[in-house]
Design a protein around this ligand. Structure first.
Ligand SMILES: [Zn+2]
Length: 268
């Protein structure tokens, strides 16, 4: 599967949204609590647009969906833009094989609660996130931690993860190891992570997944992840000044989405 991006110039890139998330503590938490049923990338997109226009972040729906809910979009309100994946099919020349690929389009179709009026909304509760439910839904097995080195916080191999029962930040480590599996790293190598994350792109990717998940769910570890990623992003203090490539940023958001969705009860 291949991803293609139709980027409109007014819409920030994934890598730019990721930098927003890294440099602004609390942003993801705020975005998740207002827009949890959308993908993490869209949550940030929606929040940034609300902030730019001075709108109160809250539930968002399309014009017809608001109508179904007994509310109407106020006169003169401009829709918010979100990114929608669309599945396309392509037939190769001289072959019967059909390839599907995902493309992304940006559409201005959504309005937040404060842009609408009408019937009171039922209070919205965010479904709880459960680690065991997430593991089962992702077909990832938690195996006992049997590494002889006590500095190892957790490890990932193939579709298995293990977390040291004495890990300093157990949720952060779990998300980091899940990140390695979902990002496809464990098909290339096994990962054993000490309390000091080494500086390479795969580690930055796994750590960014951990940051998005920790912060969305308000679990301890986001500060550690943020410091590590900022170090990587900032050439003056970092070991290596490479920014996270656009494709990598897109993968990171997708992996965090999968983890967050997998752990929630399917009520949406
Ligand atoms: Zn790692």
């Amino acid at each position: 599967m291949e991803n293609q991006v139709n980027q409109s110039p007014a819409i920030p890139k994934w890598s730019a949204l990721l930098i927003e998330a890294v440099t602004k503590p609390g942003l993801i938490m705020k975005a998740y609590s207002a827009f949890h049923s959308y993908s993490v990338g869209n949550q940030i997109l929606a929040l940034v647009q609300c902030q730019m226009r001075g709108l109160q972040p809250g539930p968002i729906n399309t014009f017809p969906k608001w109508k179904d809910l007994g509310r109407f979009v106020k006169r003169g309100e401009r829709a918010l833009t979100l990114c929608m994946p669309i599945t396309c099919k392509r037939r190769e020349d001289n072959s019967d094989e059909e390839h599907t690929f995902t493309s992304f389009v940006y559409k201005a179709r959504w309005f937040t609660l404060s842009q609408t009026d009408g019937q009171e909304l039922e209070p919205i509760t965010i479904p709880e996130w459960d680690a065991e439910r997430a593991l089962a839904a992702l077909s990832i097995e938690r195996v006992p931690f049997d590494h002889p080195d006590g500095n190892i916080q957790g490890f990932a191999k193939q579709r298995q993860v293990a977390i040291n029962p004495l890990a300093q930040l157990p949720f952060k480590t779990l998300f980091h190891e899940l990140g390695h599996v979902i990002l496809g790293h464990t098909t290339e190598a096994d990962f054993a992570d000490t309390e000091r994350t080494p500086k390479n792109l795969r580690e930055v990717e796994a750590e960014a997944v951990a940051l998005l998940c920790c912060e969305a769910l308000n679990l301890e570890g986001a500060t550690y992840c943020r410091r590590y990623i900022q170090n990587w992003l900032c050439p003056s203090i970092g070991y290596k000044g490479d920014a996270i490539p656009e494709k990598g940023a897109q993968k990171i958001f997708h992996a965090a989405d999968q983890i967050l969705k997998a752990g929630r009860l399917a009520v949406e």
